[in-house]
Design a protein around this ligand. Sequence first.
Ligand code: HEC
Length: 383
Amino acid sequence: MKYWILTLLFLAPQVSSAENSKETMQKLYQILKTILTDITQDARYFDESNKTSIEKHIGQFVAVTHNLSPKHPNGNHNDPTFPILSQSLISEAELAYSSFHMGQTSYARGILRTVTGTCIECHSRSTSEADLKDFPFDPELKEFTALEKARFFIASKQTDRALEQYEDVLKTLSPNKSNLWDWEAALREGLTIAVRVKNDSDLAGRIIDSVLKEATTPQYIKIDAKNWKTAISEWNQEKKKKFKTSESIYQEALRLMSRAQKIKKYPMDHSADLIFLRASKTLYDYIKMAPSGPHIADVFLLQGLCYETLNPKHFENLHDLYYEACIRTSPHTNLSQNCYARLEQSIYLGFTGSSGTHLPEDVSKKLLDLWGLSFISKGLSPQ
Ligand code: HEC
């Protein structure tokens, strides 16, 4: 399933963008709340007499996702991954609906439990005006684990409440073998929100301290966490700098990227992640401020490199989308050739197993098209 995002790229229909997106977001929240309440308790979910109403709710969810505006879900974004994430939400909702309808209720429930991952991916990118501290409703969260609660709050843009839950997970779960996955997810998601959405070094520092204090923290994370602490001190010293123009934002992103790349020693090395997160936030600032600015293709390449390192758990291959966006915005250039090389390597790696490298036909064709866009000079290219 690793390359399902790539496949979606070919399938993505043009979603209608009829409705005001703030309204759509609030409707998404309302219906998600109802659905999460439906699915938390076994007795309620599997009760035959609730079947019709649950199916109706999932149907409403599908209908609302179809109102997502593909390019600008809210505000003036030019993020090339937004259409794919919107499409992915639609596909998840539709699959949940058809599975439920055909009686595969447990399968449908599994999809609905993790659907918040898509909302989170969009909401954990950059500082936001929408931080809904006093949303009037909570779903019945009693049955949720602290991590599930945190994810629900991010999905509904209640950032501060989510952070409380992330900190709670790190305080109460100890990272032993059975909890390690959730504990590490809370750490990474909490830090992502602290850096990219809140832009708050104290908060990030507090999260890191709780990890360093914990006796059972695995060594590999402790070593990374010490490096992250150093990055926090540097960040605190740099705080007075203000970046008002898109050019200065770009220069700052370049500085952070080169700092991070100096620290990172091998592909799986996460010791520079805190700086990559800061770089990624700065790159989003550029995308927001200058969506057609002179550096946009390079910004997509750098954002791809950040994502390849940070590798968010819900979406493994978002970096490919940035490399592709880089090629498409700056075709037939040295830059697009560079982006093509990154994309090609990432795709070959994804389709290589013990029996060799097997690219599906549609993926090969797509790579060939992008190769043409990157390498063949303008006059010869079919585009
Ligand atoms: C394709 C990206 C994307 C997806 C997917 C997405 N959102 Fe959003 N959402 C946004 C953006 C962008 C904002 C505005 C944030 C800002 O102001 O910076 C937003 C804002 C919101 C808000 C605040 C609205 C307000 O009143 O200001 C809510 C609530 C919300 N989203 C709920 C959801 C839920 C629930 C889901 C998943 C079922 C979801 N969103 C999926 C991009 C997305």
